[in-house]
Design a protein around this ligand. Sequence first.
Ligand code: CU
Length: 82
Amino acid sequence: MSRMIVSAMKSLLSKHAADMMLTDAEVDKVEAATGMLTLKHGELANIGMAAMTMAHKEKDAETVRQAHQGQKSECASRTLAA
Ligand SMILES: [Cu+2]
């Protein structure tokens, strides 16, 4: 299970303390050589991100090795307190 963390510094949407949101995601593409995972994820309203397919650099090599196309995952976004 991979979890992508999308952070937005000093989010315009939230002037409160840090908050976190989870949405369902699915692995669309795995690039083992570069550690890039492409995920289709649902809406992340707390950072104003619509549902989309996006690539991100996965830090954990084991997660990349185990990831495969079509795998169910989840995507977390958090806003950081100013
Ligand atoms: Cu996105």
